[in-house]
Design a protein around this ligand. Structure first.
Ligand code: BES
Ligand code: MN
Ligand code: ZN
Length: 500
């Protein structure tokens, strides 16, 4: 879909459709009132007859509204004006796009971007409109032999209204940011939704190469022999249970000065997590194809950073392999030596994410990073703690934590901080090695982060547990593309662009 920004009166738009909001109790929004006045009370009359009540989610398509230059006017119910917040705004834009997809109009001017949303400004509304519109049209049909339910005349061009000319430059920047984030989210969603037999470590590496070629990033893919040479004994111990060879993907966006320290993003790339010898129960095990969502988010964020030409250096590191049971797989009780030299007693082979991440985090040291953020579908406990709304955040630096909290807030892709106190480290004690790879049931999300913290002492580091936010289960099962928006806002903030 194409987007453009425009300021101007709704009744004067020569487009296939103009979209305006109506609040509950038949209260017209400001743009709707302008059309109403121009048309001699045409909209009020329709509301009076009871054809549209302004309830959230309701829509009404009108043709040939008098004294307007557009073919159609779409009324979108916004619900109660006092309760119009972020979610209601996004729902309204989604309802508009879905309705427009069903009409003959392939081009529309959206005036919902002019509605006030508490504590949010015009650029925020523009960025979110782009994201929601792209999301509404997202389909994953690569694996279907026949396309079903495709709209015949989908919306192709969306004009986003801003209330005055002075807001055009900011609006355009916000739309560009929205488009880059949407492209990154689409990449992340496609990779997450692909099944484990297609999206293998080799496939992820190929995607890394393609991404680099398309956007002028630097790429390097380390093979098993290279990984062995580096001494990544922990990562390799997980990989050796599977016949698919592991890969270690290194991507670099060099938008900053030669001497600028890079931000390093590390993504967990388990392309399927069966649990290994500590096998998971069968129910919903298919969902463990999403266990590479951290890796997908890193690829998505790097894509967006490149599209926006962010003036900073970003490194993406992706350790990727499968976690399967076999005659060569890790066994409970096995002890492995990580790249850092620290030894790990593997008490549960299903706590494999931390085993591959710890070596990637040690590898990150060589970049002398400004900061490192790892992104991982790491613990089921995080889903219990925060559900599917917030990602878990833990950090060894408060400033970095605050930056990520703020980025999540502005991106509307929120995370919530959990403590990373040393007191929790007790739970990782092992009788036989430097540490165990599990810390028991209490505070499972925190002890997983505590494990990683033992490998990140040399730099500022934060960990995002996205087990609950990277995908949805149930009827609308699928990858969400989170936390690409959060990461892009974090990077943009570091680059001094936008408002973080
Ligand atoms: N990939 C899983 C985490 C996960 C579980 C994500 C459920 C989403 C939904 C991870 O590798 C894992 O299996 N973690 C274990 C750790 C435990 C053995 C300490 C878990 O959370 O059960
Ligand atoms: Mn696991
Ligand atoms: Zn896992």
């Amino acid at each position: 879909m194409e987007f453009s920004i425009k300021s101007g009166s709704p009744e004067k738009q020569r487009v296939a459709c103009v979209v305006v909001g109506v609040y509950e109790n038949r209260r017209l929004s400001a743009p709707a009132r302008i059309i109403d006045q121009a048309s001699g009370g045409y909209l009020s009359e329709i509301l009076r007859r009871g054809d549209m009540d302004g309830k959230a989610g309701s829509t009404l398509l009108l043709h040939h509204v008098p004294e307007t230059l557009s073919d159609r006017v779409l009324l979108v119910g916004l619900g109660k004006e006092r309760e119009f917040r972020e979610k209601q705004y996004r729902d309204a834009v989604r309802a508009a796009v879905k309705t427009l997809d069903e009409t003959g109009a392939t081009e529309a001017a959206l005036y919902l971007t002019e509605e006030a949303v508490r504590r949010r400004d015009q650029p925020w509304r523009v960025e979110q409109a782009v994201l929601v519109a792209m999301e509404a049209q997202y389909r994953f049909d690569q694996m279907k032999s026949k396309l079903e339910g495709e709209p015949r005349r989908p919306l192709r061009k969306l004009i986003l209204a801003v209330s005055r000319r002075g807001l055009l430059p900011q609006g355009e920047a916000a739309a560009a940011r929205g488009l880059a984030i949407a492209a990154g989210m689409k990449l992340a969603k496609d990779l997450g939704n692909l099944p484990g037999n297609v999206c293998t470590p080799g496939y992820l590496a190929e995607q890394g190469r393609l991404l680099a070629k398309e956007h002028g990033l630097e790429v390097e893919v380390l093979e098993r022999a290279d990984i062995e040479k580096l001494g990544m004994g922990s990562f390799l111990s997980v990989a050796k249970g599977s016949d698919e060879p592991p890969k270690f993907i290194i991507l670099q966006h060099k938008g900053g000065g030669k001497k600028d320290k890079p931000l390093v993003l590390v993504g967990k790339g388990i392309t399927f997590d069966s649990g290994g010898i500590s096998l998971k129960p069968g129910a919903d095990m298919d969902e463990m194809k999403y266990d590479m969502s951290g890796a997908a988010a890193v690829l998505g964020a790097m894509k967006a950073a490149a599209m926006l030409g962010l003036p900073l250096n970003v490194v993406g590191l992706i350790p990727t392999c499968e976690n399967l049971p076999s005659g060569r797989a890790n066994k409970p009780g096995d002890i492995v030596t990580s790249m850092s030299g620290q030894t790990i007693e593997i008490l549960n082979t299903d706590a494999e994410g931390r085993l591959i991440l710890c070596d990637a985090l040690t590898y990150a040291e060589r970049f002398e990073p400004a900061a490192v953020v790892d992104i991982a579908t790491l613990t089921g406990a995080c889903v219990i703690a925060l559900g599917h709304v917030a990602s878990g955040l833990m950090a060894n630096d408060e400033g970095l934590a605050r930056e990520l909290l703020h980025a999540g807030e502005t991106a509307y892709d929120r995370c919530w901080q959990l403590p990373l106190w040393d007191d929790y480290q007790e739970q990782l004690k092992s009788n036989f090695a430097d540490m165990a790879n599990i810390g028991g049931r209490p505070a499972g999300t925190i002890t997983a982060a505590c494990f990683l913290a033992r490998f990140t002492k040399k730099y500022d580091w934060a960990h995002l547990d996205i087990a609950g936010t990277a995908w949805k289960s149930g009827k609308e099962k699928g990858s969400t593309g989170r936390p690409v928006p959060l990461l892009v806002h974090f990077l943009a903030g570091r680059a001094g662009q936008g408002k973080g």
